[in-house]
Design a protein around this ligand. Structure first.
Ligand code: GSH
Length: 233
């Protein structure tokens, strides 16, 4: 059986990482049997990040490589029978979310003082006692350094949220009131969207991202629909 290594949940979310929620949602949507292995230390993964999976002798790291592996080795493939155009649009949105919106989310949690307060309160108790108080600052420094080198971390607070909300707006425009991103059938992009949207909407990290997202009831409806269909047990 597939072992999904991922961070434990915070604030009632299934995991503190949207990438982990993405993979678990895919496994649930496709009905593939798996077991969770909870990890707090990303260093245990082959790429120093969560999630990764083990399937027999195979270890696969990175949520997108994991999903490609699942699509090649397990049925159903949620992305079967998509047109080339749909696949192109899907990849563009996936990159927008994972390579741009992700860094805004990271900043909102670890850089923005309001988010950092919530993160510190939630994550410190999950770390080893006493030294955990120091470790959380080391994690923060490492993540903000990543954001700096990626480029997002060089922008002002207003600029970062401006980028984030523009990203959100384009996702919302495309989703509209559809059941899933491409209509009536859930696709792998819905797993990515669910991971990121519930992290933004259903965690107590405050700021312009959730404030903006909450203005669009279609987003909340979409998350509730996926939760009620795939996350009840
Ligand atoms: N491209 C990777 C991104 C995974 C990722 O960024 N995971 C974060 C949590 S959201 C992580 O484990 N970060 C630990 C670190 O960078 O130290 C994927 O799709 O799996």
């Amino acid at each position: 059986m597939i072992a999904l290594h991922q961070y434990p949940g915070s604030w009632g979310l299934p995991s503190s990482s949207p990438f982990c929620i993405k993979v678990e949602t895919y496994l649930r949507m496709a009905g593939i049997a798996y077991t969770n292995v909870w990890e707090n230390n990303p260093g245990r993964g082959p790429k120093g990040k969560m999630p990764f999976i083990q399937d027999g002798e195979k270890t696969i790291s990175d949520s997108s490589f994991i999903m490609e592996y699942l699509q090649q080795n397990y049925t159903p493939n949620l992305d079967a029978n998509m047109s080339a155009e749909q696949q192109a649009v899907m990849l563009a949105f996936q990159r927008l979310i994972e390579e741009s919106l992700y860094w805004v989310l990271l900043y909102s949690r670890w850089g923005d003082e309001n988010g950092w307060r919530e993160i510190k309160k939630e994550i410190t108790p999950l770390l080893p006692p006493v030294i955990g108080k120091g470790i959380i600052h080391i994690i923060r420094k490492r993540l903000l350094r990543q954001a700096h080198f990626q480029g997002m971390g060089r922008h002002s607070r207003d600029e970062i949220y401006h980028i984030g909300n523009k990203n959100l707006r384009s996702i919302i425009e495309f989703l509209g009131n559809k059941t899933y991103f491409f209509g009536e059938k859930p696709r792998s992009i819905d797993c990515t969207l669910y991971g990121f949207f519930i992290t933004i909407l259903w965690s107590p990290v405050p700021g312009p991202l959730p404030e903006y997202a909450k203005k669009f009831s279609c987003l909340e409806d979409y998350c509730i629909r996926i939760r009620d269909t795939y996350w009840q047990s």
